[in-house]
Design a protein around this ligand. Structure first.
Ligand code: HEC
Length: 107
């Protein structure tokens, strides 16, 4: 009986872990935020010029978000989008960067 309980606990923990991994690996939310918060200024002809995941490599996007500066360093990224959306936007851009396994132009 105790053994069964233990197995059930292990199974629950594994299911939770898998769920978390999936959530962390999902960038659809980031795509949504990117479209909503960045694309307003970043389409062709708009104020900021066109920006897509392909604009940078994975390494460059990581560095860009680590620095957290926007508009040639004149402001913080958090001045243009809510801070809590940034990790997801970063995930989307990195996962679909120019040198990523799934490059994406859209956004
Ligand atoms: C209110 C308008 C606006 C919003 C919103 C905005 N940007 Fe920008 N962005 C600009 C402008 C203006 C520039 C400067 C363009 C230039 O001088 O060539 C810029 C420049 C950039 C650049 C070029 C490098 C740099 O920093 O100068 C990147 C990359 C960039 N933005 C990414 C983003 C991302 C990612 C988001 C959303 C998290 C975002 N931007 C949201 C207006 C905006």
């Amino acid at each position: 009986m105790r053994r069964v309980g233990m197995l059930a606990t292990v199974a629950t923990v594994l299911t939770l872990a898998a769920g978390l991994a999936l959530a962390a690996g999902s960038d659809s939310k980031g795509k949504f935020y990117f479209k909503k918060s960045c694309k307003t200024c970043h389409t062709k002809g708009a104020e900021g010029g066109e920006v897509t995941p392909l604009t940078k490599t994975q390494e460059q996007w990581k560095r860009y978000f680590t620095k957290g500066l926007h508009k040639k360093g004149s402001q913080k990224l958090t001045d243009v989008v809510p801070a809590e959306q940034l990790p997801e936007v970063q995930l989307f851009l990195v996962n679909h960067a120019a040198d990523s396994p799934q490059p994406e132009t859209c956004g």
